[in-house]
Write a protein that binds this ligand. Sequence first.
Ligand code: 7GP
Length: 832
Amino acid sequence: MSAADKVKPAASPASEDPSAIAGNISYHAQYSPHFSPLAFGPEQAFYATAESVRDHLLQRWNDTYLHFHKTDPKQTYYLSMEYLQGRALTNAVGNLAITGAYADALKKFGYELEAIAGQERDAALGNGGLGRLASCFLDSMATLNLPSWGYGLRYRYGLFKQRIAKEGQEEIAEDWLDKFSPWEIVRHDVVYPIRFFGHVEISPDGKRKWAGGEVLNALAYDVPIPGYKTKNAISLRLWDATATAEDFNLFQFNDGQYESAAQLHSRAQQICAVLYPGDATEEGKLLRLKQQYFLCSASLQDIIFRFKERKADRVSGKWSEFPSKVAVQMNDTHPTLAIPELMRLLMDVEGLGWDEAWAVTNKTVAYTNHTVLPEALEKWSQAVMKKLLPRHMEIIEEIDKRFREMVISTRKDMEGKIESMRVLDNNPEKPVVRMANLCVVAGHTVNGVAELHSNILKQELFADYVSIWPNKFQNKTNGITPRRWLRFCNPELSEIVTKWLKTDQWTSNLDLLTGLRKFADDEKLHAEWAAAKLASKKRLAKHVLDVTGVTIDPDSLFDIQIKRIHEYKRQLMNILGAVYRYKKLKEMSAADRQKVTPRTVMVGGKAFATYTNAKRIVKLVNDVGAVVNNDADVNKYLKVVFIPNYNVSVAEVLIPGSELSQHISTAGMEASGTSNMKFSLNGCVIIGTLDGANVEIREEVGQDNFFLFGAKADQVAGLRKDRENGLFKPDPRFEEAKQFIRSGAFGTYDYTPLLDSLEGNTGFGRGDYFLVGYDFPSYIDAQARVDEAYKDKKKWVKMSILNTAGSGKFSSDRTIDQYAKEIWGISACPVP
Ligand code: 7GP
């Protein structure tokens, strides 16, 4: 039956009355014909509903654009290669405060809003924490009415989808755009040319200009981002790469040379095909650099266009005004090319001299570092850079030269350090451009993402620069949006929080959560709190059954670790702990087993396609699960489940249902972590090391409500040295767990290389660099404390409440407010 058979179509979206909304949904089913007219199943209902909601968003987007245009405030542009937006429908109606109206409207078609929202595919244009952070930031920027936009790429396939097969993880292309995304609006009038390759031309007056090569187009797609309970909606502008009809060689085509006729079109498609294409080959490296430049060039051309658009007299310059109107934030080093690109546009296109262009660039760009892992600090081959971006390479060389001269002339004492501080590494074997150094030299501010991480940046990674620019370095502890990560994903707990605080204002002022502390012993609250948790655990158990076929017991302790699989995050320690627990259970008498706290250990996360050890870890978790879960002696006391295809919408089911979550990285390695904040906000207790934001979470929730173990960051270097000197004595429990796996207890797969990575002398990529062996005994002890604590229900619920109560600091509203005041210099500009 068609939608119109049920409800008469109505074109206007403006009303918030359920009947009018139902009419508008019916209208979209009818007149935005993506499907044939008679069908109106849940999928069709989702698209029609989303398009109806989009009408509301567009109205706000237009009003906001116009308002910013008129008031001409300073605006921030967030450049990021990643955004992990997840689903948008629940969030959009929630932020617009029209959830009830849409739920009622859908009932007229016989549908539940929650089920319809579940039809949506995740927009998975990100890899991990950095990408999800960018999405949380957009939500906060819009909510705080800040003039700000995000820029990214519109990947056709995003990050891969993970499937678990017999051999372990398999990657398949993510099909989020296979049908279409109802949230994006293509802007056919926002198109910029992007050049690659070519050469530098020098005119008679000495002016340099980039010419030749090949030119593609960047075409804008806007995803409106609504603020929470405000009229403001900002933009996530995603660039797609296109070629024109002129680039299509009709002559060749008619001559049967189909592929070469459309060569440029196919190259355009490659640019936005996937996030992080494999970079083992030269082609792969070139493609990644193309992607980065594509994002930077299109965004900066757009920023300059808007700068001019907002005041007529900017056509002829007034460039010194630019930094008072524009702030550019580089989300890690991927958008570093924004620096030479802004220099190029200012000098070669707008006619500024070097000093003037440099002053403008320096006052405009700032850099956030998200990791200290050496392999993630980008270095691009100078040869590749010269070939793809010859003019930018000249500019980078000049920046490098001027930096050296500055240090030599003003800081004689630093001369010995210059080589490692330079932008260029001219090592004849492998000359490279160091992107992080370029960001530090050119940006006005550099920040880390948690106190500990920012201190490590200042004391280690960027220590030499601190002595030159002591005021350049800041900390901005990460945050998460409380709307998506509590209000919308955990309605049961949200209601309880609102009821006890007697206000729902905590959704935009998360510090109000401290008000829960005074009820931490209240028995009534305990009962409600435990009931909400149980409901979420049941929902989670259903998800696990649906996607893995494994039945888990909602009365067992739900213990979760979800994040990208990486040796430094130490999922291997988690699984070794589970193996040890299993072995002990097997050795116990049946009577003793009954005293054990039943546990369900869940692990989820994607391993990068070429990261072999990470993939072995995925396989191991699955193999251990297959044995443990089918062992009738013990599976009442322990289950081990690998959750496939971890993404934002899976997190929204897992986090509310969690009781213990693991944030167990080697101290000093995890810049911040943000899922730790989400878990804690949802009343989950953390077992963790003093790493990243764990340190601050523990301070806020209280040390009694956090299971701490492991080496501290300042011990790590010494422990590695000791190990190198043969001073490390492994704990027998660690040996026992490894030996059990080696014995073949979990199948015939060869785990030798994985386990060997934990043996021998330390060194990167071998010899237990991440100190699993050193931390294992204290980890097992901490887990034993968890088991004991869980037996005391009252104590556990109190810990849970105090975790939520102590989470106020970790709102991304707080983080963004600090960026706005302390880095960007922007202020709120609400639509009246
Ligand atoms: C991550 C960090 O690993 C995580 O600790 C932090 O919470 C998050 O950024 C947000 O700041 N880094 C990445 O996701 C990443 O890809 C390499 O870093 C550039």
